[in-house]
Ligand binder design. Sequence first.
Ligand SMILES: [Mn+2]
Length: 323
Amino acid sequence: MKVPVEADIEGYDLIGDVHGCYDMLVRLLLKMGYQCENGVYAHPCRKVIFLGDILDRGRGIFDTVRLVRAMVDSGNAWLVLGNHEVNAVLFAANAFLGGKLRARPIRPLLQTLKQFRDHQEEWRDTIEWLRGMPLALEFPEFRAVHACWDQNMIARLNSLNPSSNLADDAFLLSVLFREGEAHRILDRLLKGVNLRLPDGYSIRGGDGVERSRFRAIFWEAHPTTYGDLLFVPDRVAPELRDLAFPEQERSLLTYYSKHEKPLFVGHYWRRGAFSLFAPNIVCLDYSAVRGGRLVAYRTERGVAGLEVGRMVSVGASSELSAL
Ligand SMILES: [Mn+2]
């Protein structure tokens, strides 16, 4: 979805995966000069863009949803969907159809459903609201998507489903049934490039689980080895790093060139010191819900190029007294 120039906005504050960390979200907004008026956080000349995955995992999911909805509905924020929001919408659609379709992974969603248990009507309404939120946003000066901007997939999405959201029943059902290309498009935009490792190899995730698939980077112009494609090459056997990536799997990759507009993503559970993925790509998910930091990037109109110095963040409650 293309967003025109918003004349009264001097800059945007893009916020990574909140995952129900309501207290951190409030502190981050206050730190950036947003104020709560009539129940809505607002800034006189700035706007928030949530990069998805506001749901699941944290203790304050219910309050987070209310806060985000109030900001979006009053024109003080945008939200692009994350894989956790899509999961929730698919779960609801599946339940509506009698729960007979393909089972979806729902474990992280249980925390969300629990917090909405006494607010069933609001939950149903939230699902309908999420269906109207965009899967990707293109602003005049930058782009925002939950995990990966794949121009071919975005073009296919726009032709299959010009509204670029989940409002259309037929589109939603094709995602749910995993028919056609709809689910592949959503997987790419909301989960990134996930590829199979060669037989006999595995990679240990940040959660300690061994996996036979890996997340591939999408900002390398000419990757030739697995080492060129791995986010965390140090977690695999050295000989795998040097192993040639098979030519026939090259079509599964995508490349976001350095000449494209700056791109903001969440999703990747980053840790430690802030850094850019590439000169024009930054991930703002620093594992807030797992003891990390909730991070925002503050853009300024007319300033091209990304700088780590424009990232602001809050940590867990130990910083509470600092405010
Ligand atoms: Mn995610």
